[in-house]
Design a protein around this ligand. Structure first.
Ligand SMILES: *Cc1c(COP(=O)(O)O)cnc(C)c1O
Length: 477
């Protein structure tokens, strides 16, 4: 498959210039069922935001016009997936849908064995329990909340070994998700290879803004780990999106298909945990995949304790069928091009308006840099929380705070953690919204940016003890 095949609108006309004028892509689907959404009046939005304590997590979904809270489990399924739902084989054991799912994971991700789980964290729990012993160390390219927590619950300590560029919102490196091999080697030398059960590699890196890792870096990690007898386990949640970035950005991959790149990428690892709620286009589901027979045997046994029998893992037969079909659709070139194309479209308009965002634009979301957006609001007055509330009031768009509220408090001193990045995340569900929804979104952000001097910070008036960002309440100063 050549680049021309992937982007038919960009093929030059016969005899025409080699580089045609800019041509847009379009969503590679027609809409045959709609779910109505409504924009409340401004007065109603003001009242709804006040009732929610200026926290977008506490809004009712029905009061939201365009919901960009998360891309997790919010994708639209295709007619092919819905048709598959009708073919659910709800046998307790040996459902035919399990065998479809197993075949899809083997074919597109290349691992030898898999067990289904109810979602990604189910797979993380099994893997951590099997491989991590008390006192072990697990290096990874930036933490993810549930992944790190399961590693810690199993007695391990997580160590961030991502490249420094990942922490700089303005650095334009193409692969800010890469592992820093010097940091990795220093850690292994310090604690000893026998205390490192595996390296935990995520692609793309969610907490760094959806930033990809290159094939060359993955290969270097694999080679190093081989030499030290350490496994590499992939968090494959957005590995298809990562494969697309490799095709677009890494020399030598421009003529390879996303499906082909995904297979090669996974072949450099020993197994994966997966949240099917992202790349795999389903509302619920996940899996744990492994190449080693003995580790798989333990997983197949342990899944019975926590999820369900190894041929359903907490999922209905119909859910496994939808995920098997979603995997197949997720690697199609036109799908992934428009998925990431939509994120880039939103990002381009914000950049043109001068809005400060994390660069380069990642695979699943746009992150607005709230400290540069509202420089007059000090971080302890929650600029990102204020911006997310302002955005909802302006246009009914729901975003999420990823800053000082999400970071929580230092348990020892009782002070807030002050993260370097104070962000508002606009996360795009797959196949759900159109370019017109993107236009409403960027125009609203631009409007707030025009009037940024008027913005005021927040005071926290209720603070729950755990994961405060979900339920905290705020008042405008
Ligand atoms: C969502 C997510 C998970 C956890 O998956 P769940 O399906 O929500 O349990 C793990 N890793 C990454 C990178 C994720 O984005």
């Amino acid at each position: 498959m050549t680049s021309g095949d992937r982007d038919p609108l960009l093929e030059p006309r016969p005899g025409g210039p080699r580089m045609p004028r800019h041509r847009s892509w379009a969503e590679p689907f027609r809409i045959k069922m709609v779910e109505p959404i409504h924009l409340l009046t401004r007065a109603e939005r003001v009242a709804a935001m006040a009732a929610a304590g200026n926290n977008t997590f506490l809004l009712r979904s029905e009061d939201v016009f365009i919901d960009l809270l998360t891309d997790s489990g919010t994708s639209a399924m295709s007619d092919y997936q819905w048709a598959g739902m009708m073919l659910g084989d709800e046998a307790y054991a040996g459902s035919r849908n399990f065998y479809h799912l197993e075949a899809a994971v083997q074919r597109y991700y290349g691992y030898r064995h898999m067990v289904p789980t109810h979602q990604g964290r189910g797979a993380e729990n099994l893997l951590s329990k099997i491989l991590i012993k008390e006192g072990d160390h697990v290096p990874g390219n930036m933490y993810f909340t549930t992944t790190r927590l399961h590693q810690e619950l199993a007695g391990g300590t997580f160590h961030d070994v991502i490249v420094d560029e990942a922490h700089d919102a303005t650095d334009l490196s193409p692969f800010k998700g890469n592992v820093d091999l010097a940091k990795l080697a220093a850690l292994v030398d310090e604690v000893g290879a026998e205390r490192v059960p595996y390296v935990s590699v995520a692609a793309t890196v969610n907490m760094a803004g959806g930033q990809p890792i290159s094939m060359a870096n993955m290969r270097a990690v694999r080679d190093y780990c081989r030499s030290r007898g350490i496994r590499v386990i992939l968090d494959a949640t957005r590995a298809v999106e990562n494969a697309y970035f490799i095709q677009r950005r890494e020399p030598g991959f421009e003529d390879r298909s996303v499906a082909d790149i995904l297979l090669e990428f996974c072949s450099l690892t020993d197994g994966c945990t997966m949240s099917g709620k992202k790349d795999a286009l389903v509302n619920i589901g996940g899996w744990l995949a492994l190449n080693e027979d003995d580790v798989f045997e333990e997983a197949r046994n342990l899944v019975v304790v926590y999820e369900g029998l190894h041929t359903y893992g907490g999922l209905a037969g119909r859910d496994m069928e939808a995920m098997a079909r979603g995997i197949e659709e997720s690697v199609q070139e036109d799908h992934i091009r428009s998925r990431i194309g939509q994120v880039e479209y939103l990002g381009k308009h914000l950049i043109d308006e001068g809005v400060p965002i994390v660069l380069p634009v990642g695979g699943h979301a746009i992150f607005i840099d709230a400290m540069r957006f509202y420089p007059q609001i000090p971080q302890d007055q929650f600029p990102a929380q204020a911006l997310a509330a302002d955005l909802y009031v302006d246009s009914g768009v729901r975003a999420m705070e990823r800053g000082v509220v999400s970071a929580g408090r230092d348990p020892e001193t009782g002070d807030h953690h002050y993260p370097k990045l104070e962000l508002v995340r606009l996360t795009l569900p797959r196949r759900v919204y159109t370019q017109a929804h993107m236009d409403v979104t960027w125009e609203s952000v631009a409007e707030l940016f025009d009037h940024r001097a008027d913005a005021r910070g927040m005071r926290m008036v209720y603070e729950p003890k755990y994961l405060r960002f979900f339920q905290a309440r705020f008042e405008r100063l």
